[in-house]
Design a protein around this ligand. Structure first.
Ligand SMILES: Nc1nc2c(ncn2[C@@H]2O[C@H](COP(=O)(O)OP(=O)(O)OP(=O)(O)O)[C@@H](O)[C@H]2O)c(=O)[nH]1
Length: 202
């Protein structure tokens, strides 16, 4: 273990209602709420974890998926280290919109080399009985659109949620060019970004 902590920003994008807030809440607080309100703007939570011997403070940004909140969420894309593209397996339209979410992120985050940027794809709500999107179709999309890792998750049942976030961390750490940008200090330098485990802008 290096003894140093890196602050990583990951952002959840995807259509309204696919379960972005639920995934963040399940991962950070281990709670699930069946009556969540739509997110307005963005919210974030921090979680400390260790991945392959690296100490990481993961700053998870949850965005509003509804189109009417576009101008409230896009200013927060910049500075993201990884983007979690999320759809719901019981909503084929949310799957079809994935390409648009990726484009929106690349544009507003001003990603210079999209082919090198770490994306992870989450097919959420795998606990449902009536799927509209198969795992096979999702994997194929991931393969054809940048070879992104794919995780089938359920925020409700806590299936693969931690695995997906840990994969995001691994992808960031594995990106060679990230190394020089990581904040390596003995304590986390939170001055660059908001400090507390709290929500904002909603
Ligand atoms: N069955 C099931 N329902 C889920 C799951 N995750 C979220 N939900 C439900 O789906 C609804 C929407 O969840 P949210 O987490 O608010 O979705 P969101 O993507 O954050 O939505 P926006 O804030 O509008 O962008 C809520 O009623 C959740 O309880 C899941 O894994 N399985």
């Amino acid at each position: 273990m290096s003894g140093k902590t890196s602050l990583l920003k990951v952002i959840l994008l995807g259509d309204g209602g696919v379960g972005k807030s639920s995934l963040m809440n399940r991962y950070v607080t281990n709670k699930f709420d069946t009556h969540l309100f739509h997110t307005i703007g963005v919210e974030f939570l921090n979680k400390d974890l260790e991945v392959d011997g690296h100490m990481v403070t993961l700053q998870i940004w949850d965005t509003a998926g509804q189109e009417r909140f576009r101008s409230l969420r896009t200013p927060f894309y910049r500075g993201s280290d990884c983007c979690l593209l999320t759809f719901s397996v019981d909503d084929s339209q949310s799957f079809l919109n994935m390409g648009n979410w990726k484009k929106e992120f690349i544009y507003y985050a001003d990603v210079k080399e999209p082919e090198k940027f770490p994306f992870v794809v989450l097919g959420n709500k795998v606990d449902v009985t009536e799927r509209q999107v198969s795992a096979e179709d999702a994997r194929q999309w991931c393969q054809e659109n940048g070879n992104h890792p794919y995780y089938e998750t359920s925020a409700k049942d806590d299936t693969n949620v931690a695995a997906a976030f840990e994969e995001a961390v691994r992808r960031v750490l594995a990106t060679e060019e990230r190394t020089e940008h990581l904040i390596h200090t003995d304590t986390v330098n939170l001055q660059r970004r908001p400090r507390s485990t709290t929500s904002c802008c909603s």
